[in-house]
Ligand binder design. Structure first.
Ligand code: ADP
Length: 497
């Protein structure tokens, strides 16, 4: 039996999973990751801790099958998180600044004032935000003593987590990254496939510290023998959302996946089209092979599972997330209750940062069950909002959007919520059979490079969902409910007062 070793370095944990030649998950190991909060709004990780965790989880799973059973290694990772390290030793020069960290908001505001928005959108596909690596790197160059000089002299490297792991795994043989990760730095021209010199100059980033950008699927060299007994070929690297899309076999133009965790990430395959969104959705790289890029549109819902957590922890309406399902089944389908979870304002396509959350439409008969059902239903409505906007953007570029949605993540365990999602969208919702779609995607990328799993067409044909929810609600009811949602959203929008 031969395997692909998938390394999934996430925000809260580091995991390794072995997938066999049929794509079935085998031995797995996980180590939680320490979250470091130096100040309000700041989040860091220790790159050395991450590296040691990678060694630990890989060695654990390899001990079960033997390193010689591994045909290829694939890496997937939390995106945007920024690391700087010493080229000679591989030692980090500061903690990694995590994607959630907001310390560079003032620099982003400055860039915005200087009018960089259109350039950033056109070249990187992104919007100016502390989320992305560029301003985090600029912050490190300013605040780590001597870093800028050392970087200019070629002694210091920058990279996202994948890049750092690749460097350590190969003992510094390759300072590289893949195109999907490069696309989240806000320094990469996704159309041309090169680092953008204008942004590098503005942020005073020495070009020599940036990694070489490689194909998502290809030859990243081999792991140094000392790590796992022999050199294992690294053949795939992708950011977590792109890996999840590949794990869901969203390989055809117009195919869309949504991952329902705390928030929800939606990624649509836009083939060779770099789509400029009219609703501030992100345009990014889905994968790169033989230098050819496949693009994606990406949007996010801030509050998905988090709404259920709020119902549980803040209102105490449920004891567990699971309980939301039985309650929703007992709710009055005609209650008219809507929950608009604008706890962090409204995201795409409304973009109203000042909006506040509300529960509206309650009569005296409104019950706990009705409110919980409304919370679950809000996830379906927000998905429809996002998908409509995305498909509109795609349609404007001539891409035929698929009329099914592939889903994964913790919330997909909720049958009522998934059925309601299918009902509100008016289309089939396909739940992934393998819950670790992110790791699976990394395994697919690496495995395909060594002859496993077939080409993308084969992947598309052989991908089978665990469950399919077909819409059962009539069109009139669906549209009436959705109109009610839009009305509820309208009531929570800020009026600029
Ligand atoms: P993350 O990766 O963001 O931590 P997970 O994919 O593990 O998220 O999903 C956890 C989220 O899913 C939580 O916010 C939780 O409230 C929600 N969730 C889990 N199970 C259910 C369920 N049966 N019904 C509704 N929500 C659920």
């Amino acid at each position: 039996m031969r395997y692909v070793l998938a390394i999934d370095q996430g925000t809260t944990s580091t995991r390794a999973i072995l997938f066999d030649e049929a794509g079935r998950p085998g031995p797995a190991a996980l180590v939680p990751l320490t979250q470091i909060y130096p100040a309000p709004g700041q989040v860091e990780h220790d790159p050395d801790e991450i590296w040691n965790a990678v060694l630990q989880v890989c060695r654990k799973v390899l001990s079960e099958v033997g390193s010689d059973a591994v045909a290829a290694v694939g890496i997937t990772n939390q995106r945007e998180t920024t690391v700087v390290w010493d080229r000679a030793t591989g030692k980090p020069l500061h903690n990694a600044i995590v994607w959630q960290d907001r310390r560079t908001a003032p620099l982003c505001a400055e860039l915005e004032r200087e009018g960089w928005g259109p350039h950033v959108a056109e070249t990187t596909g992104l919007i100016i935000d502390p989320y992305f690596s560029a301003t985090k790197l600029a912050w490190l160059l300013t605040h780590v003593p001597g870093l800028r000089a050392r970087a200019a002299g070629g002694e210091a490297c920058f990279g996202t987590i994948d890049s750092y792991l690749l460097f350590r795994l190969t003992n510094g043989a390759l300072h590289g990254t893949d195109a999907t990760n490069a696309a989240r730095t806000m320094l990469f021209d996704i159309g041309k496939g090169t680092w953008d010199s204008a942004l590098m100059e503005r942020l005073d980033i020495p070009p020599g510290m940036l990694p070489k950008v490689c194909d998502t699927q290809g030859d990243f060299g081999v792991t140094a023998e000392e790590h796992f007994g022999l050199g294992l070929p690294i053949r795939g690297i992708a950011g977590d959302q792109q890996a999840a899309a590949h794990g869901q076999a969203c390989v055809r133009p117009g195919m869309v996946k949504a991952t329902y965790g705390t928030g929800c990430f939606v990624v649509a395959n836009t083939a060779d089209q770099k789509v400029a969104s009219r609703t501030r959705m992100l345009s990014t790289i889905l994968s790169q092979r033989d230098g050819a890029r496949t693009f994606a549109l990406e949007g996010a819902i801030f509050m998905a599972g988090a709404t259920i957590q709020w119902l549980r922890d803040n209102l105490g309406l449920i004891e567990s997330a699971e309980e939301s399902e039985s309650l929703a089944r007992a709710a009055d389908p005609r209650s008219g209750v809507y929950l608009v979870p604008a706890f962090q304002g409204l995201g795409a396509p409304f973009w109203d940062a000042e909006a506040k959350a509300a529960i509206v439409g309650m009569s005296r008969a409104a019950s706990r069950a009705d409110v919980v059902a409304a919370g679950l239903e809000s996830v379906a409505f927000q998905t429809r909002d996002l998908l409509s906007a995305m498909r509109h953007d795609m349609g404007a570029t001539g891409i035929d959007a698929a009329r099914t949605l592939r889903v994964d993540g913790g919330m997909t365990a909720n049958g009522w919520a998934m059925q309601r999602l299918a009902d509100i969208l008016g289309e089939a919702v396909e739940v992934a059979a393998i819950l670790e779609t992110t790791s699976l995607g990394a395994a697919y990328f690496a495995g395909q490079a060594v002859g496993f799993y077939g080409d993308n067409a084969t992947l598309a044909e052989t991908w089978i969902p665990a469950k399919v929810y077909e819409p059962a609600m009539g069109a009139a009811e669906r549209e009436a409910r959705y109109a009610g949602w839009l009305e509820a959203v309208d009531r929570v929008r800020s009026r600029g007062v």
